[in-house]
Design a protein around this ligand. Structure first.
Ligand code: ZN
Ligand code: ZN
Length: 389
């Protein structure tokens, strides 16, 4: 395939939080071959002049549910698999057009979804899937119920055999759940068994947990990523550091749920839980940010709310600097995925997952919340998905 050369790019370096002006980026066979400050020419190349616009790596959402195309679990279960696939393809396309080129699916997506994207049957971000969420009897959401070490190990072995990138465990109640937010799902012995089993497959456990108590015991047991974690405190911060774990807040989902009117029937109990976790969530993010923890970008949206995927940027901007939020959605996301150097930055050898932005998101992060207007070019694996340059 002929190479593509992007000329006059201001390349965003998410590690340093800076723009490198006047760069040429050479793309060949879906990957970035070269990034240089000298003008590159190749006679067989397709050349695109960015005229100084920002070139940034494609975004990474570390907490999505791509297959939850409806927020109504009973409705989801009633769909034919063919109809589900059609709806999922729509959800994935929406994500890609918002600038997400990799997503970590935290419950629902499987090898079929990932394969459909890789084979180009669906336009969408690369999907790193975990399979069904694993929960104890009484646990929340669309889950696979497992009690005891044996059932946990069996489930994890089965999911790993199907190519799962991680396994997600329910370690406390949730918002749309019959379990109290402060309840603790699994015993420490069960969590340790799951962590051990995942590590045998060279994979890891992600834990759904809200309270400091649930988060802290998860971290002590070796859970690598904490999902939500709205109610963490100083004691959690220390444990995150000790265990080199990642924090993946998902503020977008709570705000979307509070704004939503009809169509998403929440019980009064769920609505009350929601308000409790929103204020706490921003405070927890601020705490984690000041402590310099490794923070991923997560959204946790379902159904029609998927279109709020970029609101996480504006929400975080209340307590974080643009460069820190961008790092979460790029290089830290790559680290969580175990794909450092392949995604989340514009370096030789990385996949050509690229966005051309009208403006500088390091100065104004809100630019990213207007993808129709501001994302002038979207490229995934070197293929142009959108070009309005
Ligand atoms: Zn969850
Ligand atoms: Zn989730």
């Amino acid at each position: 395939m002929n190479p593509t050369i992007l000329l006059n790019a201001s390349v965003l370096d998410p590690r340093a939080g800076t723009l490198l002006p006047d760069r040429s980026v050479v793309i060949r066979d879906g990957s970035i071959e070269e990034v240089t400050d000298t003008r590159v020419r190749a006679k067989d190349a397709v050349t695109i002049d960015l005229r100084g616009r920002t070139l940034m790596p494609g975004l990474i959402d570390s907490h999505v549910h791509a297959t939850q195309a409806s927020a109504d679990f009973a409705e989801l279960r009633s769909w034919s698999p063919y109809y589900s696939a059609a709806r999922v393809s729509q959800v994935l396309r929406g994500m890609l057009l918002r600038g997400f080129t990799t997503v970590r699916d935290m419950g629902g997506a499987d090898h079929g979804v990932a394969r459909a994207v890789e084979e180009g049957l669906f336009d969408g971000p690369r999907v790193l899937f975990g399979g069904p969420i694993i929960a104890p009897t009484g646990g929340h959401g669309l889950t696979r119920i497992c009690d005891g070490e044996t059932e946990l190990r069996r489930a994890i072995r089965e999911q790993m055999a199907l190519g799962a990138h991680h396994v997600k465990l329910t370690l406390s109640g949730g918002i749309i759940s019959t379990m109290r937010v402060d309840s603790l799902g699994y015993s420490e012995q069960e969590i340790r068994a799951a962590v051990d089993e995942a590590s045998l497959a060279r994979r890891y456990v992600a834990g759904h947990a809200y309270t400091a108590e649930a988060v802290n015991r998860a971290l002590r047991c070796g859970v690598r990523t904490i999902e939500h974690g709205n109610l963490i405190d100083e004691s959690s911060v220390e444990l995150f550091r000790q265990h080199e774990a990642f924090y993946v807040p998902t503020l977008a989902t709570y705000f979307a749920l509070t704004q939503q009117g009809a169509g998403h029937a929440l019980s009064d109990e769920s609505r009350r839980k929601l308000h409790d976790v929103i204020d706490a969530g921003l405070h927890a993010l601020e705490l984690a940010d000041r402590a310099g923890l490794e923070i991923g970008y997560g959204t946790d949206l379902h159904g029609a709310l998927h279109d709020r995927q970029l609101t996480e940027f504006s929400l975080r901007a209340q307590v974080q600097k643009p460069a820190d939020i961008l790092r979460a959605a790029t290089v830290t996301g790559a680290e969580i995925a175990g794909m450092t150097g392949h995604i989340g930055e514009i370096v030789p050898g990385a996949f050509a997952d690229l966005l051309v932005v009208d403006g500088n998101p390091l100065e104004d992060i809100a630019l990213l919340t207007e993808p129709e207007r501001r994302l002038l070019l979207i490229m995934r694996n070197g293929a142009v998905v959108k070009n309005i340059l």
